[in-house]
Design a binder for this molecule. Structure first.
Ligand code: CP
Length: 327
């Protein structure tokens, strides 16, 4: 077990070893158990987390803020409307200055072809750990919570289990590709058989696909890519259908909306759920576009794991904060 993770950034799970990720899960379950028993666990007393949000959030903000309070510390909410982080303050200045005030810096910056670079620039100049609360490329805490949820349902060893990571239609804005990319990276590392389904225009980054293929080769898992949602769902243990933008095809919102309208039948409904295994779970990071990405019947039905995924955000984030931000 890896026990010294002090000072480490978490920008993508890909940069942490499997042993380090196993430590995160161990600590997350311990903190979940302690919270269930009402046991105090003020592991970060007097510590401060600065949370910089360039984009809106519900789960990420509330779970990080609640998590820091439960660990005995404080979380500062810094948004781009009421501060100067989106104009004037450079990434270097944020790293240098906020890193002197706080014990950790968490950032959500999802601008396409910018967010990840920004977070890495802050990390370069910060003396404290930098945590990625979602960028244009990765959403590491979401998929750690998803993996924890899968392990709770299917056991700690996920090798050989099949997960369908599928694009689904939504009328709203071009959502980041960070969730499907992080999913295929982590689940292949854990030895899962990943079926990635999307219409041709909704490709993920080629370098991420290559890394996921290499992960699968090393773990004994697999990565299959299809343009058929039904095919991906067949015999899956878990399905994760969600919308993302055609960002590698176009950055024009009107063009993206036109492309998306061809695929309104890419919805997760009861017929498609029946293609998966009987015990299959429905997963989504939320918020979901109900009636477009998924029917109410599925997301509110007995196979839905969405509330457990959302809860587990709290536990994995507390684990990473406790491990990286402690004295
Ligand atoms: N899943 C997730 O990151 O939710 P928020 O965008 O509400 O934080």
């Amino acid at each position: 077990m890896q026990t010294d993770l002090r000072g480490r950034d978490l920008i993508t799970t890909q940069e942490w070893t499997l042993e380090e990720l196993e430590t995160v899960f161990d600590v997350a379950w311990d903190l979940k158990r302690r919270r269930a028993l009402g046991e105090p666990h003020a592991l970060l007393r007097d510590k401060v987390l600065a949370m910089l949000f360039f984009f809106t959030s519900t789960r990420t903000r509330t779970s990080f803020e609640a998590g820091m309070a439960q660990l005995g510390g404080h979380a500062m909410f810094i948004d781009s409307e009421t501060t100067q982080i989106a104009h004037g303050d450079t990434a270097k200045e944020i790293g240098e200055i906020v890193g002197r005030y706080a014990d950790g810096i968490a950032i959500r910056q999802c601008d396409w072809n910018f967010g990840n670079k920004y977070i890495r620039e802050v990390a370069k100049y910060s003396r404290v750990p930098v945590l990625n609360m979602q960028c244009d490329v990765y959403h590491p805490f979401q998929v750690l919570a998803d993996a924890m949820t899968l392990m709770e349902r299917f056991g700690r060893n996920l090798k050989g289990r099949k997960i369908a990571v599928s694009w689904a239609y939504a009328a709203s804005y071009q959502k980041p590709i960070s969730v499907p990319q992080s999913l295929i990276l982590l689940m292949t590392r854990l030895g899962m058989n990943v079926a990635l389904a999307h219409p041709p225009e909704y490709k993920l980054m080629p370098e991420i696909i290559a890394q996921a293929q290499e992960n699968a080769r090393k773990s004994g898992g697999s990565l299959e890519i299809t343009h058929d949602m039904d095919e991906a769902f067949k015999d899956a243990d878990a399905v994760y259908p969600k919308s993302w933008g055609a960002l590698l095809t176009t950055t024009d919102n009107a063009e993206s909306a036109r492309i998306g309208k061809q695929y309104t039948d890419w919805i997760c409904d009861a017929r498609r759920m029946a293609l998966a295994k009987e015990h299959a779970i429905y997963m989504h990071c939320l918020p979901a576009d109900r009636g477009l990405e998924v029917t109410d019947e599925v997301i509110d039905g007995p196979q839905s794991a969405v509330y457990d995924e959302a809860e587990n955000r709290l536990h994995v984030q507390k684990a990473v904060m406790a491990l990286t931000m402690r004295s």
